[in-house]
Every structure is written in C-alpha cells, then in structure tokens.
Design a protein around this ligand. Structure first.
Ligand SMILES: Cc1cc2nc3c(=O)[nH]c(=O)nc-3n(C[C@H](O)[C@H](O)[C@H](O)COP(=O)(O)OP(=O)(O)OC[C@H]3O[C@@H](n4cnc5c(N)ncnc54)[C@H](O)[C@@H]3O)c2cc1C
Length: 355
C-alpha cells in the first residue's frame, strides 16, 4: 500500500492535524462534459484540485469529439481562476466514456505533463477510469476523498461513512484521487472573473496505441427521459422507502417531487422491491447527495442509506415509527403515516415550483 491509514472515531475528530507545508503542485483534472458544458461534479473536482496547495496549476483534460467538445473546452477555460490550461483530446475513440481508451489517454497525458496530482470525481465516470489509469501508471489511488489537508494528506470515509480516515500518500508521483463532489461545493464564480480564459491546446494522440484501447465497445445508454433535475446535483431530493409498498404508490413521491422541482431518490429496499430503477438509489451503494433539502418518506435511516444523504443541509423525515433512526439525523421530523401526509402536501402545495 502506498498510503498509511489512520482511523478516527465516530466523533470525526482528527487524530492529527495537518502541519503539512503547502508545496507547489500541478494537477490534472479529468472532466466530464455534456451538451457543450462541463458537468457540475467536474467543477467540484477543479475546486478540490485548487485546494491541494496554494501554488497549484490546474489543467483540465476533456475528451470527446465534435463541436460540443470545443464548446465545453471554452467553458473549462473560464470555469475557475485556478485553471491554467485546458487539454482537449478530440477523437471518436473518446465519444463515449469507456474506461480503456480514457485510462490510456490519462497515462499518455500524465507521461507528457508530469503532473504531481490527477483528480477525478467519485461518480461512475471517475471510479471507472481513475483506478485503471493508476494501474497503468503503477501507483495506488486514494479514493472518495472528502477533505484535502495538503498535497499528500486526505480524509476519506470508511465503514459506510461512520468513521473518517486520514491517509497520507507516500507513493510515487502522480498522487491520484477521486473526490466526492458534494464535499467540494463550487462557489459562485462570475464567468468573466478571468477575462481571457486559460489557453486551450490539443492533445497529440499520434502515439496512442490503437490495439490496447479497442477491447470494449459502447452499445447503448439507457436512462429515464425525465424533466426532473439530476439526482446527484438537485437542490431538493424527495426520497421514498419500502413503506411505499408498490411502484404505483411510489408515484406519489414522483408527484411531490414534480411540485417541488425536486429529484426523486429511493432506498435500496424500494429499488430491490422494483418500485423504481436503481439509478435512483441513494446511499453507500447508490448515489451520494447533499441537497439543500432532503425529504425522506417511509425511510428507516439505515447507516447504508445515511451514508448517501446525511450531509444534506436540511433533512425532513416522515415515519410512523417515532424511534426510527432517520429522526436522529433529521432537522424536522414528523411521526405520521405517509399515506396521509403526502396527499395532504400534494393538496396544499401550489402546482409547480421551479426552484
Ligand atoms: C452492503 C450494503 C449496502 C447497502 N446499500 C444501501 C444503499 O446504498 N442505500 C440504501 O438505502 N440502503 C442500502 N442498504 C440497505 C439498508 O441496510 C436498508 O435495508 C435499507 O436502507 C432500508 O430501506 P427502507 O428504509 O426503505 O426500508 P425499511 O428499513 O424496511 O424501513 C421502512 C420504514 O418505513 C416506515 N414506515 C412503514 N410504513 C409507513 C407509513 N405508512 N408511513 C410512514 N412510515 C412508514 C417504517 O417505520 C420503517 O422505518 C445496504 C445494505 C447493505 C448490507
């Protein structure tokens, strides 16, 4: 192992504080883009990269093809004052986020640029690519980072978020990290805060080995076509648990979400029972969310569920069991039957709130 682990207890007190002197760093951020925009979690990765050291130059790596890639590059160039360079890999090989070609690309760019750090988000994009790229570069990645205390010292949750672990990276360069985007909120930055933007350059792909990147094939993307906000970045999330009893009943949660302009979430029990697809699962083995408002209906509050939502700013829980563990993390709790509470809310709320 290239990192030393120091466990912390539930109180989340740090066993040792960082006295790490900030050194200069150069960080490569793997960014995701869609429709000509950088995805919000990748902006959080830039914020995280910026906190690695005071004197850090941040390069953003974008790959894909076509005009939306170039548009995303323009956005990347001005997305944060710390960005010193945008690298664009324009090729059909990167039209889809397949781990094999992307990992090879990261290896190529790293070998040319000699970055001290490589950062991606802990979503499926980063979790898919970064460990594979780390293996190619023969280093051990530090995953799921929630706090950066210096160029080599990081905090990450363990035991479903019940303890925090401080790790010091002692391996070879580069130090590769996946970061939880919910732990690195993006402050409002005006687009013209860096008027000219960082320079954009094309990655020379002529040395990319053709054979080694073609073993996986993109087949299709299946996702629900919905107007609702994305679960990972929504300001409000309305979640239903097993207590909803059926997919038909779960539509009440969807209706409520619609009225609030919210994303829909679900517990694993609700997903396993087939009420909703598993892309809506919140928790240790689902999505990690930290919205401004999280509403949980008929959710017991198992630690694996709390691991995915306990950093929400305001938590509202409705459960008919006054002793349900969800009430221990809730800011507002209502002991009641969701089959009475939700219809009442639906009746009293105005038709649509585009928050
Ligand atoms: C390795 C592992 C990973 C896991 N990962 C996840 C994960 O990512 N996400 C996740 O959610 N779970 C996860 N789980 C499962 C987790 O342990 C719980 O089983 C699950 O979260 C329970 O879901 P629930 O709260 O919907 O159901 P239950 O625990 O059955 O709770 C239902 C709640 O609804 C209340 N209720 C019942 N009827 C009503 C009513 N009419 N009105 C109001 N309240 C009512 C009950 O009082 C109860 O508190 C994981 C488990 C393991 C072992």
């Amino acid at each position: 192992m290239a990192s030393r682990l120091i466990l912390k207890n539930l109180s989340k007190r740090h066993l040792f504080c960082s006295s790490f002197a900030s050194r200069s760093a150069s960080t490569l951020v793997l960014a995701e883009h869609e429709g000509g925009s950088i995805k919000a979690p990748s902006l959080s990765a830039v914020v995280a990269a910026n906190s690695i050291s005071q004197d850090n130059s941040v390069s953003i790596l974008l790959a894909g093809s076509g005009s939306s890639l170039q548009q995303a590059a323009q956005m990347a160039a001005t997305c944060h004052p710390s960005v010193s360079q945008v690298l664009v890999a324009d090729s059909d090989k990167f039209a889809y986020p397949l781990a094999e070609p992307w990992a090879k690309l990261v290896q190529l760019v790293q070998q040319k640029g000699g970055y001290s750090h490589v950062v991606a988000t802990s979503g499926s994009f980063g979790k898919n690519i970064l460990p594979r790229a780390a293996a190619l570069l023969d280093v051990s990645p530090v995953t799921d980072v929630v706090e950066i205390n210096g160029p080599q010292q990081f905090v990450r949750p363990i035991y479903a978020g019940n303890a925090l672990c401080t790790v010091r990276y002692t391996g070879a360069s580069p130090c590769m990290l996946t970061v939880r985007s919910t732990s690195f909120p993006v402050p409002p930055i005006s687009v013209d805060s860096k008027s000219d933007g960082a320079p954009i350059s094309q990655v020379d792909l002529s040395t990319l080995d053709e054979d080694s990147i073609g073993r996986s094939r993109y087949i299709k993307l299946s996702s629900e076509d919905t107007d609702r906000p994305d679960l990972g970045s929504a300001r409000i999330v309305v979640t239903g648990g097993r207590a909803l009893k059926s997919a038909e009943n779960f539509k009440m949660i969807e209706k409520l979400a619609e009225k609030l302009g919210a994303a829909v979430g679900a517990t694993r029990a609700a997903v396993d029972a087939g009420f909703v697809p598993n892309e809506l699962q919140v928790g240790q083995t689902g999505k990690i969310v930290a919205p401004e408002l999280y509403m949980a209906f008929g959710v017991s509050g198992a630690i694996q569920h709390l691991a995915g939502m306990k950093d929400s700013k305001v938590i509202v829980a409705v459960n008919k069991d006054a002793d349900a563990p969800i009430f221990q993390v809730a800011d507002y709790g209502l002991v009641g039957d969701l089959f009475e509470v939700i219809p009442e809310l639906l009746e009293k709320l105005p038709e649509k709130n585009t928050v």
